[in-house]
Design a protein around this ligand. Sequence first.
Ligand code: XMP
Length: 518
Amino acid sequence: MSTVAILDFGSQYTRLIARRVRELGIRSVILPHDVPLDRLAGPETGAIILSGGPDSVHRPDSLRPAPGVLDLDKPMLGICYGMQLLAHTEGGSVEPGARREYGPAVIRCEQQDGLLADMANEEPVWMSHGDHVAVLPGNWRALARTSAGLLAAAAREDGLRTAVQFHPEVTHTPGGLRLLGNFLFGVAGLSPDWNVRDQLPARLEAIRAQVGEDPVFVLVSGGVDSTVVAALLARALPAEQVVAVHVDSGLMRKDESAEVMQALAAVGVRRLHLVEAQDRFLEALAGVTDPEVKRHRIGDLFIRIQEEAVRDLGLGDRRVYLAQGTLQTDLIESGHGTAGAAVTIKTHHNVGSPLVAAKRAAGLLVEPNQDLFKDEVRDLGRVLSLPEHLVDRHPFPGPGLAIRILGEVTPDRLALLREVDAVFTDQLRREGLYDKVWQAFPVLLPIRSVGVVGDGRSYDHVVALRAVDSQDGMTAQVHPFAWDALLRISGRIVEEVRGVGRVVYDLSPKPPATIEWE
Ligand code: XMP
C-alpha cells in the first residue's frame, strides 16, 4: 500500500490535505517539513505533497526539507509555499506580492490534462499567499494563471514536479478534490487502496506482534478513541490479557458510563473495572469557580485515580502494556508529531500524563490508531460492532460537564445540565441534525432570570446552547440552525427540564471565542 507523505510547513490546512488524500482512498501521513531523507526514500512513499505555510523562501533560515528530499525520484505536488519552494530550488524566481492575496480568485487553465485533467477553462479557487512565483525554472511549464496573470499552476516537463499557488484542499476550491485526484492517480500513478475495514487483520496482527503474551490495559474515557482501542484489543487478544479501566468522574453525560461499560462487555472485554469516583471529583471541585483551577483539579485527580487503579490492579509492573487511543491529530496538536512548523495548540491529557510517559519510556505503550484521523476511527468502531450512538458521538472534553457549568459545580447543577444535554442531543437526533453538527452542547450560566409560570413568577436557571461546525476544533463557525428547529429544541428544554427558565443561543465563532465556555 502506497502512502502519500505530506510535509508540513505550518499551513493551517495541512490536516485538510491529509484528509482529502484519504477521501480519495490513499493513505496519507503528515510529517515534519524536515523529516530525514530515509523516512521518505523507501518504496512505501508513493508521492510527496509539500504543504503551504506562512514562511517566505527569501527569509534567511526559511523552512526547507531535509537535504536530498527535493532530489528524490518521486512525484511531488507543492501547494502555495510548497510551490514557491520547488520553483525557487530549481532556479525559478519568487517575488513578494504587492499585498497578501486572501480569498476567492478565478484561474484560467491553459491545458486540461495531467494535473488539470477534466478541469474547466475557468475554475474558482481559494488563494492565501504573500509571495508568488514570478519566473518558472527553465524546464517547467505554466498550466494556469489567475485573471491578473499570476502563475496559479505549473509542472516540470518530466511531470514529476507539479505545483499550485492556490489551495486545492479547501472546499472553497470546488475543483480541488479533482485536482488532487489528478495528482495522485494521473501524475503519481497510485491506485486507491486505503480503507479501514480491509486493514483490520493487519491492525490486529500488529497488536499481537507488539504485546505477545503480556497483559495490556486501557483507560477508557467514554470517548470513541479509547473505546475503539479497547474493542480492538478485545478482538486481537485472548480475553484474560485485556484489562479495561473506566473512571466515572460524575462529570459525564447522561448514562454515559453505563453505556461504555455495556458496549465494552458486548465486544468481549471481560476484565472490566469501573472506578466510581463521583464524590472525589465533587469534593475537589467544591467552591471552585475559576476555569483554570477547575481544569487543573480535575486533571490532577484523574492522574491520581489512574495511578491508584494501576497500583491496585497490579498494572504498573514491567511487562504490562498501556494502550491508548492517540490519533494522528493528537500528535500534531501536542507538537509531538511535527517538530517546528506546527504550533502547539494544547497539551492533551493522554499524550502528556506521567503514567503514559513512564510506559512510553519503558517501551510499553500501544497506540494502534496513531496513524488514523477521527473519521477513520469511527469507521473502525463500526467495523468492530460498537453501537452507532457511541461511535458517532460528538467530541467531549476531558474535564467533562464541569467546564460547561459556569461557577461552582454542584450535584444539582450537574443533574440539571445533564438533563438539558440529553434533551438537546435527543432533539438533534430526531431532527436528523446530530451528524450535521460537529459539536453541540448546552452550558449552564451562573445567573438566574425572571419568568412567568402559570400565574406566578419564576426565577430560574439560564442555559446557553452551543453548536459549531468545524474540521478539527481549531477554528469553528456557529451552526446555522433553521429557526424552527432551534425553537423546537429550546421549547423542549424549557418544557421538559424543571429549573430552566430561559434558553439562549451562542452566536460566537472561534476565534475569538473558544468552543467550550471555560
Ligand atoms: P476549545 O474550547 O479549546 O475546544 O475551542 C476545542 C475542542 O477541544 C475540546 N476540548 C478538550 N478536549 N480535553 C479534551 O480532551 C480538554 O481539556 C478540552 N478542552 C476543550 C472541545 O470540546 C472542542 O472539541
